[in-house]
Design a protein around this ligand. Structure first.
Ligand code: IVH
Length: 711
């Protein structure tokens, strides 16, 4: 045991930043090992008290040096006990999703976008692979020196769960591979065949156990079993179709890579084809669609990927999807049923959302009993543009409605059968007051959504805001999910976000009240408090996103945080801004990506007394971490404002912009005193003249490429 608790450790207050870096690295490693010993190897190497001391020291250093907090900080890994979950793993490369195409035209548009980005002309050759989109769940298998060491689920794309023990029981997943790079993460889909699914459900029925709605759910339920013996008894399969981190390239094309994966010992899909034009792709799609019913496993579309891996790299990613791939989905499935009732839900921004309660019906293998009705215009037969939808047919309680489902999204109503309508059925009256707090519900001009004006006095809004506050991407507090937040709110323990951080001070001493609640014991309560503590030091962007301000999503919160750098700077600006005029307002609108609607939403929130009291109370509980300026030493263009003009010959405008942004530069559309670099190609006109008069550094495309070379 001894050795890891350095009794001669330097006091946190006196650490230099260099020492802090080393100490944080040491703590991450020691705590990581202790976690593995405790959870994985069932052989604790530290006492609880020693373990807690290390974590406290780690947190204290992070609080003093927020910028040095590691991506794999132990503060963000609140244990992962085998008994109530899997170990969390941060993906070395994010596991992304795919954009969708629904028509042949969408496929042509995809090809056009790719060509444009790469600067290819119509006649230039460009190959794609096309393969079935398997309806299962993705898994990332990490092999080091040929041995399987980790099997991570997708999770939220950034952090998944290690289900290694279960993966080891799947026959299609080799435990060792040869001829592969030293480190390789093989990615693919875990699925269950239709016949295995039918047999499993038959067994479950006999045993009086849970029956699964479809093979996908059965596969997911089986892979995430805590007892690997149960997974072993459920026949799962695996198709490899992609990869994550690799220590060195093992192919130059997508098609070649798939062949290599097969050589390594993986199952790859036999319907993978190489296509040379959108017409080829669509033809392959049609052929796969015809075989769909007899494949023996569920698929929900066809995935196209740019074949050349160098081109894939150049194309890169948007925030959550690659530019070089797309999923061409099969048409949605349809079914008719009756509308029992219309229920109004109140969201975190007060939006009243009508939900259809249906007589349950099976659509594409899934039982559907709810569908979205969007808003009051939609019920009345009006689309977003004010034009009639469903030829103007409205929807009434008791109607026969046609439901459709595409992928995992919430089912929708496509049509209504007037011939089967009860002639006495009255038109639906959309409520004019909030069904939860009775405050007036109003519609802004041009907005289809009616909103409760109750703000924080509306219990529905308050609870939804709290749920958002603790969600993934926001504070993401382990052990505090939607269910617990509802419970705490109902008990009056947590009404606003700040209350979460005073929970321990108020209830920590005895823990009696919490302890007696369903599912809460000493251990889980203590763990919850630890999880809350670990989130006190938190990046600016996350705090802003967590507030759930209308129009301020994750990406926008990032833009605002990057612009102001410090919370206090933003707070000052938003408190003093005047909507529609003045330098603060202009400065806010000057942020690329921030429009008037969002800016006004921010200012209004920060100037509303109730909202402000709630925000300030929260901030006083936190250490908000400033935005650390990008590392200028490694990127000469980080933080610089760059403008492209004229013709670029080596890369398209879109590629140049994406590349510059990935290196930390801001790309603007026009030259001003704030411009640092103008990249001017042939034909540059007024922008070059203006840059010259302002003394802005002007370079040509080759000089630009030389400047960013090797980054
Ligand atoms: S490629 C960077 N290929 O679809 C994207 N995905 O909607 C890499 N999926 O999360 C994914 N079959 O779980 C790819 N042949 C296939 C697939 C496939 C199913 C799933 C995968 C992914 C989701 C995206």
């Amino acid at each position: 045991m001894g050795g890891v608790i350095q009794t001669n450790a330097i006091a946190v207050e006196t650490l230099s930043s260099e020492e802090a870096v080393l100490e944080l690295a040491r703590l991450a490693s020691v705590i990581g090992q202790a976690n593995a010993d405790y959870h994985g190897n069932d052989a604790p190497s530290l006492s609880d008290a020693e373990f807690d001391d290390l974590k406290r020291r780690n947190l204290a250093i992070e609080t003093r040096f927020p910028a040095l907090k590691r991506a794999d900080s132990p503060s963000d890994q609140i244990g992962a006990p085998v008994s109530d979950g899997f170990e969390k793993v941060t993906h070395a490369q994010a596991m992304l999703s795919l954009g969708n195409a629904f028509s042949d035209d969408d496929v042509v548009a995809f090809d056009t976008r790719v060509r444009k980005f790469l600067g290819l002309r119509e006649g230039d050759a460009l190959a794609y692979t096309a393969e079935p989109k398997i309806d299962g769940l993705s898994l990332s298998l990490r092999y080091v020196n040929g041995a399987l060491v980790q099997a991570a689920t997708r999770g939220d794309g950034a952090v998944g769960e290690n289900v290694l023990q279960n993966a080891l029981s799947i026959d299609d997943i080799p435990q060792t591979i040869s001829g592969a790079p030293e480190i390789i993460e093989v990615r693919g889909e875990v699925y269950m065949s239709d016949s295995d699914f039918a047999q499993l459900n038959a067994r479950q029925t006999l045993a009086g156990a849970k029956v699964f709605a479809n093979p996908r759910n059965a596969a997911a339920g089986s892979l995430r079993q805590l007892d690997p013996r149960i997974t072993r008894a459920r026949p799962l399969r695996f198709f490899a179709y992609a990869w994550g981190e690799i220590s060195n390239p093992f192919a130059t094309t997508q098609f070649g890579a798939i062949e290599k994966l097969r050589d390594f010992g993986f199952q790859t899909n036999p319907l993978t084809a190489l296509c040379h034009a959108p017409s080829d792709m669509v033809a392959h799609y049609k052929s796969i669609e015809q075989q769909r019913a007899t494949l023996g496993y569920d698929i929900d579309g066809v995935v196209y990927k740019v074949d050349d891996l160098d081109l894939q790299k150049r194309l890169g990613f948007r925030s959550t999807t690659p530019r070089w791939a797309i999923a061409h989905k099969f048409p949605a499935e349809l079914a008719w049923t009756r509308l029992n009732d219309i229920e109004i839900q109140v969201g975190r921004t007060g939006a009243l959302s009508p939900v259809a309660r249906l007589v349950p019906v099976t659509v594409g293998g899934v039982v559907v009993s709810n569908a979205t009705l969007h808003n009051e215009d939609y019920i009345a037969g009006l689309g977003g543009d004010g034009e009639a939808i469903r030829e103007g047919r409205d929807i009434r309680i008791g109607d026969w409605v046609q439901i459709y489902r595409a992928g995992d999204v919430i089912p929708k109503i496509k049509d209504v059968d007037l011939a089967r309508r009860d002639p006495q059925a009255p038109a639906y009256n959309f409520p004019q007051v909030c069904p939860k707090c009775q405050s007036p519900a109003l519609r802004d001009i041009g907005d289809a959504v009616r909103r409760c004006t109750g703000g924080l006095i509306c219990s529905a809004q308050a609870v939804e805001r709290l749920k958002h506050f603790v969600s993934r991407g926001a504070f993401d507090i382990d052990g505090l999910g939607a269910k617990q937040v509802e419970q705490f709110y109902a008990d009056g323990w947590v009404k606003t976000p700040a209350d979460i951080f005073t929970l321990k001070a108020r209830f920590g001493a005895g823990l009696q009240q919490l302890k007696n609640r369903d599912g809460w014991g000493d251990k889980s309560a203590e763990k919850l408090f630890q999880a809350i503590e670990s989130k006190r030091a938190i990046p600016f962007k996350r705090v802003l996103f967590s507030l759930g301000i209308r129009h301020v999503g994750d990406a926008n919160a990032g833009l605002i945080a990057a612009h102001y750098g410090r919370w206090s700077a933003m707070e000052y600006a938003l408190t003093h801004a005047e909507i529609g005029s003045g330098t603060i307002w202009e400065d806010l609108l000057g942020v690329d990506g921030i429009g008037e609607v969002m800016a006004a939403s921010l200012v209004t929130t920060f100037q509303n007394d109730n909202e402000r009291a709630s925000i300030d109370a929260l901030i006083s509980e936190l250490t908000v971490q400033d935005v650390v300026a990008a590392d200028v030493s490694s990127s000469p263009v980080a933080g610089k404002t760059v403008v492209f003009t004229g013709t670029l010959s080596k890369v398209s405008r879109a590629e140049a912009k994406a590349r510059a942004e990935s290196l930390g530069a801001k790309v603007a559309g026009s030259v001003s005193a704030k411009t640092d670099i103008l990249v001017a190609g042939p034909g540059a006109g007024s922008k070059a003249t203006k840059a010259e008069s302002l003394g802005v550094l002007t370079i040509d495309e080759d000089a630009w490429l030389a400047m960013i070379e090797g980054l």
